[in-house]
Design a protein around this ligand. Structure first.
Ligand code: SF4
Length: 382
């Protein structure tokens, strides 16, 4: 029977995610704390996802309910209540799922590495809830999304404005914690929440989109992303391939781009996963093309990607990039999954990752490539 992960109910997928999070030990100073991801975070059917910084020691770390039980939680509930919203209608999570307690017992700020470690869970949570609007609370939340897909948004310039990001809208707000009130008074935060209520309804979804921004379901963004165009070219060359192989071909293409242009082109980041380097955005990008530019299905238990019946965009990649894609495809396109995996593992950035793992370092979810840097510049010690 043909079946895909997306066909499982959201509740079942959320149950899987909650279970896998509980075993996470990626952050040495945090992993023994409570992982705040459960049905107490809200409804996975919500149109609005609030993203804050981290569970507070008197708040979510203690209660298991995000933004609840401490002064930050009280402020948040007051702001929510002021616009007539109920906690049970929205989904609330944090950039990291464990409380970053300092040695003196106070709440700390998550490190960049901790935010990066937890980004795979954030990615999965967003994909699962698939909200119309993501409301970021504070700079750490905004930075956590930037790590998934760069958005270039600055909180002070974009506060309380609806900004497109991937297939979502972001609505950046200040954090409701007592410390953040120094930067944004309670009165201003109250009016920010009122603006939020004007653009989105927690149950019915985006108001503005329905009035002005909505596009027909079959339309495609005016410009396809580079990743979407590269996926389409690879399928035009190969007809069909495993999803696994596509991730590895993209990695090889970006490795060549890094050498030629000094930075990656297809994806800003490739994370070390059990099966090698992986561009975190690919799943989402393919989803937006499903049934048109691409067709996804399962064959012999493997997720496959094939050329779709009709493209809504023309590939407009520069010749240099097309040449790299062709070279990579000619070299690796006919390889089996295990052959291309071996070739990828022999590349220098993956060799550096493997060497660090040999030393006992945990490298899962660490960047193999990040824009103009390879694993060696990012992580290699001595
Ligand atoms: S913060 Fe996230 S990545 Fe780090 S230990 Fe907790 S669940 Fe794992």
């Amino acid at each position: 029977m043909i079946c895909s992960y997306q066909n499982f109910s959201k509740d079942a997928r959320f149950a899987d995610l909650m279970k896998s999070v509980q075993y996470c030990d990626l952050c040495p100073r945090l992993y023994e704390r409570r992982k705040v991801l459960s049905s107490a975070n809200g409804t996975v059917e919500s149109k609005v996802l609030f993203l804050a910084e981290a569970p507070g020691r008197f708040g979510a770390d203690h209660t298991g309910v995000p933004l609840y039980g401490d002064r930050t939680g009280d402020n948040f509930e007051a702001l929510l209540g002021n616009i007539g919203w109920r906690r049970k209608d929205v989904f609330i999570t944090n950039a990291i799922l464990c409380n970053p307690k300092q040695e003196n017992g106070n709440n700390g700020t998550p490190t960049i590495e901790e935010v990066a470690n937890c980004s795979a869970y954030l990615e999965m949570t967003i994909a699962l809830v698939s909200p119309d609007v993501i409301v970021t609370l504070g700079a750490t939340a905004l930075n956590a999304l930037d790590l998934l897909s760069p958005h270039g948004i600055e909180l002070r310039h974009n506060v309380a404005k609806l900004v497109p990001w991937r297939n979502y809208r972001l609505f950046p707000l200040y954090h409701p914690g007592p410390r953040a009130m120094v930067h944004r008074s309670q009165v201003k935060q109250r009016s920010d929440f009122m603006l939020l209520a004007k653009v989105v309804h927690p149950v019915k979804g985006l108001i503005e989109q329905k009035k002005a921004c909505a596009k027909p379901a079959s339309s495609f963004p005016a410009e396809a992303t580079i990743m979407q165009q590269v996926a389409r070219v690879l399928l035009e060359l190969g007809g069909r391939m495993t999803y696994f192989k596509m991730t590895k071909l993209m990695y090889m293409i970006d490795l060549a781009c890094l050498e030629k242009f000094g930075h990656t082109v297809v994806s800003p980041i490739y994370l070390r996963q059990v099966e090698g380097p992986w561009p975190p955005d690919l799943n989402k990008e393919l989803e937006a093309m499903q049934g048109h530019e691409v067709r996804r299905f399962i064959s012999r238990k493997l997720p496959m990607v094939a050329l779709g019946p009709s493209s809504r965009f023309k590939v407009q990649l520069e010749e240099d990039i097309l040449e790299i894609i062709l070279n990579v495809f000619n070299t690796y396109g006919s390889m089996s999954n295990s052959q291309i995996k071996t070739a990828v593992y022999r590349t220098e950035p993956m060799q550096n990752i493997l060497r660090e793992e040999d030393k006992g370092k945990q490298m899962i979810n660490k960047a193999v490539l990040y824009k103009d840097k390879t694993a060696k510049e990012l992580h290699v010690s001595g």
